[in-house]
Design a binder for this molecule. Structure first.
Ligand SMILES: [Mn+2]
Length: 457
């Protein structure tokens, strides 16, 4: 098998396309659990397709270390949920189509947690390196610690570092590992030159690849865009590259599906795009099993693995199995009246379900509120800071003293000093508005502060 820990040591270099396939490794056993209800139709092989676990992602944009830990930990827990789904659905193997790790320099302590979770799956887990955890020498896959721990804790993890067919008991696997972060050649190119007559005729053929495809490329997953917060710092050693959209036509790690002999293949398990996407009848991006960022839009489907039933010469049967736990929400609202504040609260409640430490919210606000409503708004934001894993605010809403609120300040027989200051501020504001907006803003802020002092319990 194509693991560097195998005797003799595998070369990280890709073999030349069309190399002889007669020397296939001996078939490896697959999990032999008894079939469950809902098992695949006779003759079909069920696998789970996943990708982009990005274990070790630092989430540096979150300041609170405890919340950062929660985000990181949930990615590890997702491995357990994938294992549970594999058992429940009677899958014969789990495929990770690249970027299992967030970088090639992941800590061994983190790798150990991954190995424990994968070892507990007790079925073959087929992994190719992606661009984040590429297979160049010197990275995690190469480390003696990793190799030793893998053998001890997760012998079922099969790292596929060579672009050559791998025959399993029920499958023929055609792995397309990324052996460096940026590759200008098509990682699936070697498949075009295969001698199909020499390959087993009856076994379903599974391509595993990572990258953008011709005509569709994902966006950069290097860093969470700065949004309503301090800019996210660069991540040293993260293995993340420059924005793909900044590349002329984004030609790195680019897969050209049209060049593949699709009739000879049964399923193409793709990784790199973090959302669910069906590219063709045989090619899918599974998306990441646990959502990891905001900027995908609410319509994109994230937090799942794909159950794929495969047969030679048949269309794959694909089902989506949810595995995500954390909610990443985007809300935008204009607060034109105080009533809109209640609508905002209702929408946040609907999105988060009131859950604690399980949601992240990006909130884009405009508008203005009365002084009393603005006080409730500030309290709402403070509560959300505690309740949510992360709150990003873009814009905000102004304080606009209402006539009744101003009257309540100026008509205070018991507080003549407050009444006089309030009246002076109002007069000043009336002179400044439309003439000197900067000065008007200061007067308005002073009035708001006075209202807050005068009306706080
Ligand atoms: Mn990737």
């Amino acid at each position: 098998m194509a693991d560097r820990s195998s005797p003799g040591g595998a070369s990280p270099q890709a073999p030349t396309p069309g190399q002889p396939t007669s020397a296939l490794p001996a078939p490896l056993p697959l999990a032999s659990d008894p079939p469950l209800p809902g098992a695949p139709a006779p003759g079909l092989v069920r696998i789970l397709h996943s990708a982009d676990w990005q274990i070790g992602k630092p989430y540096k944009f979150v300041d609170d270390p405890q919340k950062r830990f929660r985000l990181q930990e949930e990615r590890l827990r997702a491995i357990g949920r994938i294992g549970a789904a594999a058992r429940h659905q009677g899958a014969r193997a789990v495929v990770v189509a690249g970027d299992l790790f967030d970088s090639t320099t992941v800590a061994i302590s983190t790798a150990l947690e991954v190995l424990e979770a994968i070892g507990a799956m007790a079925l073959p887990v087929l992994v190719i390196p992606g661009n984040h955890d590429h297979g160049a020498p010197g990275g995690i896959w190469d480390s003696p610690d990793w190799q030793r721990h893998r053998q001890e804790r997760a012998p079922n993890l099969q790292l596929l570092l060579e672009r050559q067919p791998l025959e399993l008991e029920q499958l023929l696997v055609l792995p397309c590992p990324l052996l460096r972060q940026h590759d200008s050649s098509d990682p699936t190119g070697w498949i075009r030159g295969l001698d199909w007559a020499s390959l087993p005729a009856g076994k379903p053929r599974l391509v595993i690849a990572h990258g953008g495809i011709q005509g569709f490329s994902g966006r950069d997953y290097g860093a969470e865009a700065a949004w309503g917060s301090a800019p996210a710092p660069a991540r040293p050693g993260s293995g993340s590259g420059p924005s793909r959209s900044a590349e002329p036509d984004g030609a790195i790690n680019r897969i050209d599906l049209a060049q593949l002999p699709l009739g000879e293949l049964d399923y193409i398990a793709l990784g790199d795009w973090h959302n669910l996407k069906q590219v063709s009848s045989k090619a899918w991006y599974s998306g990441t099993p646990e959502p990891d960022r905001h900027d995908q839009g609410e319509a994109n489907q994230r937090g799942q693995v794909l159950q794929v039933d495969l047969g030679r010469g048949q269309e794959p049967q694909v089902q989506v199995l949810p595995t995500g736990r954390l909610g990443w929400h985007n809300l935008a609202m204009h607060l034109a009246t105080d009533a809109a504040l209640e609508q905002l609260e209702a929408r946040i409640q609907a999105a988060t379900g009131g859950r604690v430490s399980q949601d992240l919210l990006r909130l884009e606000l405009t508008g203005s509120l009365s002084l009393a409503a603005h006080r409730r708004y500030s309290a709402l934001l403070a509560d959300l800071e505690h309740q949510l894993l992360d709150l990003r605010l873009k814009g905000g809403c102004d304080q606009a003293p209402q006539a009744g609120e101003l009257a309540a300040l100026t008509e205070r027989p018991a507080d003549p000093l407050i009444a006089r200051v309030a009246q002076e501020l109002q007069d000043r504001l009336a002179r400044q508005e439309g003439v000197d907006e900067a000065a008007a803003a200061i007067s308005r802020a002073a009035l708001c502060e006075l209202f807050r002092l005068a009306t706080s319990p």
